[in-house]
Every structure is written in structure tokens, then in C-alpha cells.
Design a protein. Structure first.
Length: 365
């Protein structure tokens, strides 16, 4: 009898150990949900941070991340989308391939045109993406925007398959996407992209304020080709290659996402509350944060001007390489990259108040 009890106890112990070390699986119910809201923090893109290391039953400790700004991201039921968008993305009778489950903010935004000196004669607003969450993969089927008070839905000619469903450790990601935005007498914008990656880790993610999450880690390389043609102008082409590290769990949106170019991190966002900060020694002064300045384009081609949005003619700056060697110094809102070799650089800006930030990182191709 004692032998039987010992065996039963051992089996139970092994079951508990295996349960505690079970791999995470991401299902449709773990993706963004209609009516869901998610608090996203934008953190300093620390070039010394290790976003690459991964493995099975791994612990990623990012509990010291800071927060420069936060955004509440909300998703809606597809039946609540603009009427014209529902004809494209909520119409199972005539458009079943584009039937979506939710809609919400996406990465598509033409605001960057102003940084290129292009002022559109029309007003674009309320840009949304449309997501499919109930099939064999998590997809973006299209986008919509409001053009001078009129809703303009745009179906992807090649639906963007973000990752398979359900998603498990060692799953492979390989997909393409494409769409076109054509605004007659204004501009034509076409883009195509490829995603190549894999689920290369699972384990525990530690975030500020003691947050801990069971996650899968995804590494994805995204190659994008954009062509922008303004009315009466020549096509302007942009090629981009970036690697995105994503930690997914049951939180709807990623718990953590880091984007890199040429091995240099330029964007870090995580989900949750901002960390508690000790402001007892700030003497009432607020230092500039990375969100105060934006460099565009980023990445830039050698010889192309980089515009510092948020700066003014009194702003002084230094551009240094990753070893700290200053390449060029100047003042104002424009940096010429004629002397730059391909690689990663840090722009340090100084305001009229003498406050300094070293958090703007740019890539020159």
C-alpha cells in the first residue's frame, strides 16, 4: 500500500512540475477583443538592452523599463465600423474573404508626409485597421480613413497574415501583404511587404511594477517597399528592413514589442501601467524625453536630410556613432547626412533651457 501511495504521489508531483513549466499557446481568445482597451507605454529605446536572447522556459527581465508616454488603444465590434467600411469588412455575402471581427488603430498613418515637406490639400483622419481573428491566422484585411468627411475603405490586395492561430513554440511565420491608397488628383501610395520569422522562445516576461506574464516570443523580419507619387510629381520609393521582437500572451496586444534596424533598437513599447518614479530630486524640472523629438526619415539614405520634428532654430545637436565619437554638430531642425556611412547613430539635442537628451537613434542606409 505504501508503495502504491509513493507512486501516486510521485506521479502527482511530476504532473504539477510539468503543469508549471507548460508552454504557452496563443489562441484567438488571447488576441484583441471587441470593446477591449489596452494601456500601452512607450519606453526609451535603450541600445544596450538585450532584446535578442531567448529560449525555452526563459525568463526575460524588463522590469526596469521606463515610460515616456502612454496610449489607450481601443478596439470595436466590426458592426460599429463606418458604414462604407462594413461593405468591405462586414459583408459575408459578397466579400467573404475580407470578413473581419474587430477594428482598431493600426500602424498606417500618412502623417509622415508633412516631415517630407508634402502638404496634402485634403484632410485625412480616423485611420483604422480591420482584423480577422477567427480563422487559421491573425490577419489585417484592410484599412479605412476619413477623407474630408467621407469614409474611404481600402482592401488589401494581399491580406497581411501576422501569425498562425493557434500559435505555439517553434511555429514558423512566412507571409506577404500589399495594398494601395489612391486619392485622385492628390497622391498614390502603394506598399508591399514580407514577414519571415518564428516563435523562438517561451517563458516568463517581467515588466515594471512587478508584472509577470506567461508569453511566447516571436522574432520577425519585415521587408517593406513603398512607392509614393504626388499628383504631378515623380515616384518616391522607400525600402525598409526591420526586425521586430514580440512577446505575446493572453493580453490582447503584445505585452512587449521591440523594433530594430541594423541591430539597433529604435522603438520599445510595453503593455501595463507606467512604473512608479521617484521625483524627489528633480527640483521641479522636467527633462526632455525621446518623445519630444522625432527624426524623419528614419531610416534615411546617405545624403538625405533628416528633419528633427519638435526642434526649432535654437536647438543645438550632436550626431555621434555608437562608440561615442561625434560625427557632426549643428543647430536647427535639419541634419545633412552627406558625411555619414551606413550604420546607426545617436542624435543628442540641447534645448534653449540647456536640457539634453541622447535618445534619438537614426539609421543611415
Amino acid at each position: 500500500m505504501k508503495t502504491i501511495q509513493y507512486i501516486v504521489g510521485l506521479v502527482s508531483l511530476l504532473f504539477v512540475v510539468q503543469s508549471n513549466n507548460a508552454q504557452t499557446t496563443v489562441n484567438a481568445s488571447d488576441l484583441p477583443q471587441a470593446g477591449g482597451s489596452y494601456l500601452i507605454q512607450t519606453s526609451t529605446a535603450d541600445i544596450t538592452g538585450d532584446y535578442v536572447s531567448t529560449g525555452a522556459d526563459y525568463v526575460w527581465d524588463f522590469s526596469t523599463l521606463d515610460s515616456n508616454s502612454e496610449t489607450l488603444v481601443e478596439f470595436g465590434e466590426i458592426a460599429e465600423a463606418p458604414v462604407l467600411a462594413q461593405l468591405s469588412f462586414n459583408n459575408e455575402w459578397t466579400n467573404p474573404d475580407y470578413l473581419c471581427d474587430i477594428f482598431g488603430p493600426g500602424e498606417f498613418d500618412l502623417a509622415f508626409l508633412s516631415e517630407l515637406g508634402i502638404d496634402l490639400p485634403v484632410t485625412l483622419s480616423n485611420m483604422m485597421s480591420y482584423y480577422q481573428t477567427s480563422g487559421s491566422s491573425y490577419n489585417i484585411a484592410g484599412i479605412s480613413m476619413n477623407l474630408e468627411g467621407f469614409d474611404l475603405p481600402i482592401e488589401y490586395s494581399d491580406i497581411d497574415e501576422i501569425h498562425p492561430l493557434p500559435l505555439n513554440f517553434q511555429d514558423v511565420i512566412s507571409s506577404t501583404s500589399a495594398y494601395e491608397v489612391d486619392i485622385p488628383s492628390v497622391l498614390n501610395y502603394t506598399t508591399s511587404a514580407t514577414r519571415e520569422g518564428s516563435v523562438d522562445g517561451w517563458g516568463t516576461l517581467l515588466l515594471p511594477n512587478g508584472a509577470s506574464h506567461d508569453v511566447l516570443r516571436i522574432s520577425t523580419t519585415i521587408t517593406t517597399h513603398d512607392i509614393l507619387t504626388q499628383e504631378g510629381g515623380e515616384p518616391f520609393e522607400i525600402d525598409r528592413i526591420s526586425t521586430v521582437y514580440t512577446w505575446l500572451g493572453d493580453g490582447g496586444l503584445p505585452y512587449l514589442e521591440a523594433k530594430t534596424i541594423f541591430g539597433t533598437t529604435y522603438s520599445v513599447e510595453y503593455q501595463g501601467e507606467a512604473p512608479n518614479e521617484d521625483t524627489s530630486n528633480t527640483d521641479g524640472m522636467t527633462a526632455l524625453t525621446p518623445s519630444d523629438f522625432v527624426a524623419f526619415p528614419n531610416p534615411a539614405s546617405s545624403g538625405e536630410n533628416i528633419v528633427l520634428s519638435g526642434a526649432d532654430q535654437e536647438t543645438t545637436w550632436d550626431v555621434s556613432d555608437l562608440m561615442g565619437k561625434i560625427i557632426i554638430s549643428g543647430m536647427g531642425t535639419v541634419i545633412c547626412t552627406d558625411l555619414f556611412s551606413p550604420g546607426a547613430y545617436i542624435i543628442s539635442t540641447t534645448s534653449q533651457m540647456g536640457l539634453k537628451t541622447e535618445s534619438i537613434r537614426v539609421i543611415v542606409q
